[in-house]
Design a binder for this molecule. Structure first.
Ligand SMILES: *[C@@H]1O[C@H](CO)[C@@H](O)[C@H](O)[C@H]1NC(C)=O
Ligand SMILES: *[C@@H]1O[C@H](CO)[C@@H](O)[C@H](O)[C@H]1NC(C)=O
Ligand SMILES: *[C@@H]1O[C@H](CO)[C@@H](O)[C@H](O)[C@H]1NC(C)=O
Ligand SMILES: *[C@@H]1O[C@H](CO)[C@@H](O)[C@H](O)[C@H]1NC(C)=O
Ligand SMILES: *[C@@H]1O[C@H](CO)[C@@H](O)[C@H](O)[C@H]1NC(C)=O
Ligand SMILES: *[C@@H]1O[C@H](CO)[C@@H](O)[C@H](O)[C@H]1NC(C)=O
Length: 499
């Protein structure tokens, strides 16, 4: 979810939504009322059980930006998207727009998928059978995460929770604050500590953002530390360099590194203006942390600039920065790209949607690949401006509005211009756009002399790519991957591609 200038419109929408939405417990939204128990958990059919003797490998996609690895990457998978085709989809049984998805699905060691929605978390096995459904303690736009046999998450009612991965049974629920922002966060965990934000910020340009960050014990939800950043966080997505610290970005592009076990500040680098606003967060390489945010006091709208920055992880010293002609409203990815030896940073400049404000205006976007060490451009993938549809919003937000009013759920998805990009094991980039298109950027055409091209492959600026229309916009964490499996979520449908 993002900020918008037409804040008044959102207030009206929020008001309309409050008036219509019912208290969200195990209510008629559940697939079957009769099956609800006191935790709001549905009985687990079709359970894909891991045999006791099989060792627990690590989850291929425990968090929206991928696994913590020995050599840190962000938004990277060893799997290749090539040769995967669409096998199954999931959308609300009542209709495409009758639920709202919170970013993408996380994937566990058994290739089960876990998707947060306005109506709680749905767990599926790799063949698309629903294995459980959990009514979260409050509504959530945050993507869940996996730690061993737990699925963790947090809600707008200020609660964090953990449920069992294979059954959806509640392990613990912890009240962190009276509330939390309606933005789309990516809480994360490492070495037994769950790092999550809560306490909604009233400084926010629209409904969302959090003023406090908590470190909790994964095992029981009890609080270890609490930290208040200089500027609140939006779409909070902490990452772990695997050195006992945690790094994250505030909504102006300020970057922080804290001690993971104590919450003590190691360093912070504030952005030049605390009036700036953006949607994304940081990415990691072995020695650096990257941010992509909005330049100066700008707030991500069409016609305003963005900035990418690289800092040394050790001390926060800026290594390089690059001015972007377009705003930057998503998370960078770090990995290796087809045709290039150097480590790359992929960023997705593009303006926010803006309800009514941009009707008929061209919302520009592009994808840039940079040298992660120097910031030099490796390639630029141009796209035609998006016209914002009838109300200046992502595809699906206008179309789904009446159904969402009737269903009493969140009325608009309000994705940013792009999802966060994913770099695959062949150095190809996947990214979703607010116009409902998934872009698969294979790389420089010269790298693919023998590839049998599909009808929808084109060459733009020397880059071979394919565009697939998936029907609605994408929230940042939309794309995830596991062995022989890519999961891509729009605001209303989960698409699963398999080999
Ligand atoms: C895709 O399939 C083709 C034809 O079977 C094969 O040659 C190629 O190696 C496969 N590529 C990947 C990345 O799986
Ligand atoms: C929670 O778990 C941690 C470690 O797993 C333990 O040290 C702590 O005492 C536990 N707290 C409570 C309240 O059980
Ligand atoms: C920006 O700084 C001013 C002055 O210190 C403060 O009043 C304001 O709350 C800050 N805004 C944010 C978003 O932190
Ligand atoms: C975090 O704090 C602990 C306890 O003071 C200390 O032992 C550890 O070295 C610190 N880690 C980092 C990365 O600063
Ligand atoms: C920051 O760390 C980098 C490498 O870790 C080092 O080269 C640089 O000199 C340090 N800068 C300062 C100001 O300490
Ligand atoms: C291929 O491109 C055509 C024309 O742009 C489009 O209508 C069609 O939906 C695309 N196919 C897929 C699978 O997205």
């Amino acid at each position: 979810m993002v900020a918008d200038r037409a804040g008044a419109w959102l207030l009206i929408l929020a008001w309309l939504n409050c008036g219509l939405a019912e208290e969200k417990e195990c209510d008629s939204h559940s697939p079957s009322e009769a099956q609800c128990d006191s935790h709001g958990v549905l009985s687990a059919d079709f359970l894909q059980l891991r045999t006791e003797t099989q060792p627990l490998k690590s989850s291929p996609w425990p968090h929206a930006r991928g696994p913590v690895s020995e050599v840190p990457h962000s938004g990277w998978t060893p799997e290749s998207f090539m040769n995967h085709s669409l096998r199954w989809t999931y959308k609300d049984p009542l209709g495409q727009y009758m639920n709202m998805f919170a970013a993408g699905a996380v994937i566990d060691v058994d290739e089960n998928l876990f998707q947060m929605t306005y109506k709680g978390i749905f767990a599926f096995n790799k063949n698309g059978k629903q294995i459980w459904h959990y009514e979260t303690p409050g509504v959530s736009n945050n993507e869940p995460l996996l730690v061993d046999d737990l699925v963790l998450g947090s809600t707008q009612q200020g609660n964090a929770f953990a449920v069992e991965r294979l059954t959806g049974h509640v392990r613990w629920i912890a009240a962190l604050a009276d509330d939390a922002g309606g933005d789309a966060g990516y809480p994360n965990a490492h070495e037994g500590i769950f790092v999550v934000s809560a306490h909604k910020s009233w400084k926010a340009p629209t409904d969302g953002g959090n003023e406090r960050i908590f470190g909790l014990h994964v095992s029981n939800g009890s609080r270890i530390w609490q930290y208040t950043p200089e500027v609140p966080v939006w779409n909070f997505a902490p990452l772990f360099p695997a050195d006992g610290s945690v790094v994250f970005m505030d909504w102006t592009g300020g970057v922080y590194r804290l001690n993971l076990t104590t919450g003590e500040e190691i360093w912070k680098v504030l952005a030049e203006s605390n009036k700036s606003f953006g949607d994304g967060g940081v990415a990691l390489s072995e020695t650096m942390v990257y941010s992509c945010s909005n330049f100066g006091h700008f707030t991500g709208d069409e016609g305003t600039p963005g900035v990418v920055r690289a800092f040394y992880l050790s001390n926060g010293t800026e290594v390089w920065s690059k001015f972007l002609e377009m705003p930057c409203n998503s998370y960078p990815a770090v990995g290796h790209l087809a045709g290039f030896d150097q480590l790359a940073l992929v960023v997705t400049p593009g303006s926010f949607m803006d309800l009514f404000h941009h009707v008929g205006r061209a919302l520009r976007g592009e994808v840039l690949a940079l040298d992660a060490l120097t910031g030099a451009q490796l390639w630029r993938y141009p796209v035609a401006p998006y016209d914002g549809g009838p109300i200046g919003m992502a595809v699906g937000d206008f179309e789904g509005f009446p159904a969402r009013v009737l269903e009493g759920i969140q009325l608009v998805c309000y994705p940013a211009h792009w999802s966060a990009p994913l770099i695959d094991g062949s150095g190809q980039v996947l990214v979703g756009r607010a116009d409902g298109n998934l872009h698969w950027i294979l790389g420089p055409e010269v790298e693919f002399p023998n590839l049998k091209r599909t009808a929808n492959m084109t060459v733009r600026n020397g880059l071979l790519s394919e565009v697939r229309h998936l029907g609605s916009g994408f929230i940042h964490g939309a794309i995830s991957a596991g062995p022989g499996l890519f999961a891509i979520s729009t605001c209303d449908t989960l698409f699963v591609f398999q080999k």
